[in-house]
Ligand binder design. Sequence first.
Ligand SMILES: Nc1ncnc2c1ncn2[C@@H]1O[C@H](COP(=O)(O)OP(=O)(O)OP(=O)(O)O)[C@@H](O)[C@H]1O
Ligand SMILES: [Mn+2]
Length: 269
Amino acid sequence: MTTPADLLEDLTDGVDAVFVFSPSSGFYERFEESDVEVVVVAPENAVDAETYVELPLPFENVRDRIRFGVEGAMDRGIVDDGDEVACVVGIFGDDHDSLVRVRVDEAMHSGVYDLFANSRADPGVIRDVFEVVIELGKKGQKGKPVGALFVIGDAGKVMNKSRPLSYNPFEKSHVHVGDPIVNVMLKEFSRLDGAFVISDSGKIVSAYRYLEAGAEGVDIPKGLGTRHMAGAAITRATNATAIVLSESDGMVRAFKGGELILEIDPEDY
Ligand SMILES: Nc1ncnc2c1ncn2[C@@H]1O[C@H](COP(=O)(O)OP(=O)(O)OP(=O)(O)O)[C@@H](O)[C@H]1O
Ligand SMILES: [Mn+2]
């Protein structure tokens, strides 16, 4: 007779590593003596794990969360193509309620880790822009849905492939994303047309930019309009990352290398 324990044994049989997502120290201790590699994936290394991948966002979507951890571990040579890993995660809450077995391979590679860790811009800058955009998506502008387009990193090249739609309010300022006052300004200016351009270090270079990169070879899902197309295209023509808030469906999407890498619903955060 098959018992639930047998099923779990099948899921964990022969795994090369166990990924534990956001464990408490008590929970983590139970894995410490394990003879397979244990990787902690969490917003911070609160348990002092030896092998740790930092989560820049909580990733409500569990596939994205798992992909981020696995791609991060691949990037650092902790796991390799063909490895089998068991992921211990909480889907419905902070407590661990699920065990997911995944096979590490290039095919599952979505680029979500690269988006943060291997972008031209500092990972913290990408995270700060996500935070502003998620907040903007949740609240809108004075309660009304608003759209926005942020192009982050490789700003010199981005400026060369765009033109101003209007006077640049950030012309002579030296302000950075993440600064609370700047976040208020960004939200205020998001009502206006065009894109924000942000440098590798997070300096706001310009608002109101009309992006002119060609859409040739850019393959994004049908139904997305010109804002998304312009955002995707600039990431193919430069080494920038684009984060787009859609006014029409309220979703936040990130593009890199001309591709849609991540899609999140601000309401989940
Ligand atoms: N090339 C571009 N560069 C910068 N901004 C652009 C560009 N093209 C469009 N936009 C901005 O996108 C806005 C919305 O255009 P559109 O509705 O076609 O985009 P969309 O992708 O459907 O976005 P949304 O989901 O927010 O409606 C425009 O008002 C403009 O501000
Ligand atoms: Mn539209």
